[in-house]
Design a protein around this ligand. Structure first.
Ligand code: PXG
Length: 286
């Protein structure tokens, strides 16, 4: 039964698992996190997620009090303790409690929290019919302000764009960067297919380098496809033959309309469906 939360080396009942109101994670969104899937009892791409967590922490000058190997073990133990076969892990490290001020030297006890629970998936119809996106007026964080490559606890940039999508009855929004180029969606990376070439914005376009994105790039390359990490503008998306999003929660999800423009034939394309199939084989360990 889910309900045992890992906190700094101990398991605490969900109802008792709490952090201080002085924690800079709460006061300032000062911390880092990962969202990880569990398939058939195996934590999927755990090493990649742990590496990204420590890289995010390094970038914000947060010293995680345990080593990466111990963190990976703690994730496995939390999944086992909660009896999760297919589910979701939320790994969070906060800066810890401090004063009501920004100085990180006046904080202590970073909180290492691991939650393992079940996951609510997108309805199957999204995969069969494809998604419709709108472009948010909120642009992605400027990389020199808060680099999107850092998976920080401050997700207001994404939340503001997501609100624009939900206000318009859509579940995802496309976000542009400060140069007006396509970056990513609020919680997913974007790919397009044009004349047989798969294209996705590069890391310096102001994106989170998704672990699902990396896996799909590898799978496509193994299939003999040409994959390019190149700057894209909205026009490239409008005239694409196929479009899809990748993410831990969504896996590979087709997009069939963007800002009212029908993409390709208006139905999930064959390459998108093939990559979803290959990705799902990977999650099953085939
Ligand atoms: N871009 C952004 C901004 C994200 O937050 C991705 C791309 C896809 O990355 P991965 O590594 O998952 O392929 C993300 C991932 C949640 C949640 O609960 C969010 C993500 C992943 C899992 C859970 O909000 N975002």
């Amino acid at each position: 039964m889910p309900g045992k939360v890992y906190m700094n080396g101990d398991f605490v009942a969900k109802e008792q698992a709490a952090v201080s109101v002085y924690d800079h994670g709460l006061l300032y969104g000062d911390g880092v996190f990962e969202g990880i899937r569990v398939y058939g009892g195996n934590v999927f791409l755990l090493q990649e997620h742990v590496t990204r967590l420590y890289e995010s922490a390094l970038a914000i000058r947060l010293e995680i009090p345990i080593a990466p190997e111990a963190m990976a073990r703690a994730v496995e133990e939390t999944v086992a303790a909660n009896g999760i076969e297919d589910g979701y892990v939320r790994l969070v490290v906060t800066r810890g409690s401090g004063t009501l001020g920004l100085d990180i030297r006046r904080t202590s006890d970073p909180q290492v929290i691991i939650i393992a629970d079940t996951i609510s998936l997108y309805p199957a119809e999204y995969y069969e019919q494809g998604l419709e996106l709108i472009t948010a007026s909120t642009i992605r964080n400027h990389p020199s302000a808060l680099n999107p490559r850092i998976k920080s606890l401050n997700y207001l940039n994404n939340i503001l764009a997501k609100i624009e999508a939900t206000d318009q009855g859509k579940i995802e929004a496309l976000m542009l960067n400060h140069k007006g180029e396509v970056s990513e969606c609020t919680g997913d990376n974007i790919f397009i297919l044009k004349r047989g070439v798969l294209k996705t914005p590069p890391p310096d376009a102001g994106i989170l380098e998704g672990i699902t994105r990396d896996a799909v790039i590898r799978l496509a390359a193994q299939e003999g496809m040409t994959v390019e990490q190149v700057p894209l503008v909205r026009h490239d998306v409008y005239i694409a033959d196929e479009c899809f999003l990748t993410g831990t929660a969504a896996e590979v999800i087709p997009v069939v309309k963007v800002d009212g423009r029908v993409i390709g034939d208006g139905v999930p394309g064959p390459i998108t469906r093939r990559l979803l199939e290959l990705f799902q084989q990977l999650t099953r360990g085939d």
